[in-house]
Write a protein that binds this ligand. Structure first.
Ligand SMILES: Cc1cc2nc3c(=O)[nH]c(=O)nc-3n(C[C@H](O)[C@H](O)[C@H](O)COP(=O)(O)O)c2cc1C
Length: 193
């Protein structure tokens, strides 16, 4: 009996702890589950085309992002050319694409424009995952893009890249909830006054 109780206590503690520290803690039907559960920068990309229909929906989500004063300072560049895409993010399987988000200011955009572009980036990232695709945000290659690839990418004059989202098909069997990395507990980052 004592052993059974101990087992139940350990199991319940592990269950609660896992819910506190990882995404997907919400009930599947909760209004926020659509955001929390589609939220992992998976690396299990595989070959396969992203269709134009999917791309249209993803770009529509990006363009609907909110921006300060509704200025919509962003420009989206879809990179489908594998030779060019692989110079920016290496070892991409066939069919993976990049969407480069840029804004005026030659890469020296002010904080407000960067925040606006970040929101568009997030919308693109989540829309791809909502369609069952993999997506990952990158800012690491921004210096390379802004120093070497602005012309190849056809960025508008005076624009600089702020971020990019890689999108592609993913191997089955790994879902965003189980594969997501852990997050800080709410207790450690939220205060109430
Ligand atoms: C602003 C931003 C920039 C990022 N830049 C890179 C990057 O350059 N290279 C990379 O591999 N991942 C990059 N990531 C992905 C993060 O490392 C990833 O989202 C984080 O580790 C959490 O992983 P998870 O969402 O799968 O739980 C970036 C994410 C964000 C939000």
């Amino acid at each position: 009996m004592k052993k059974a109780m101990l087992f139940i206590v350990i199991f319940a503690s592990l269950y609660i702890a896992s819910g506190m520290s990882s995404v997907g803690a919400e009930e599947p039907d909760s209004p926020t589950a659509v955001i929390s559960n589609h939220h992992a920068a998976l690396r299990n990309f595989t070959a396969g085309a992203v269709t134009q229909g999917e791309l249209d929906q993803i770009l529509a989500a990006g363009v609907r992002a909110p921006s300060a004063g509704n200025r919509q300072p962003w420009h989206f560049t879809v990179v489908r050319n594998p030779a060019l895409a692989n110079q920016i993010v290496s070892n991409m399987p066939d069919g993976n694409i990049l969407i480069v988000i840029s804004a005026s200011g030659d890469g020296k955009t002010n904080g407000r424009e960067i925040l606006d572009c970040a929101l568009a980036t997030q919308s693109i990232y989540l829309a791809a995952q909502a369609l069952g695709l993999g997506s990952r945000i990158y800012t690491g290659p921004m210096d390379t893009i802004n120093q070497r690839f602005k012309a190849d990418l056809g960025l508008p004059n005076g624009y600089g890249a702020v971020s990019l989202v890689r999108i592609g098909r993913v191997l089955p069997g790994i879902d965003a909830v189980s594969a997501a990395s852990s997050r800080k507990s709410l207790d450690s980052i939220v205060n109430y006054k």
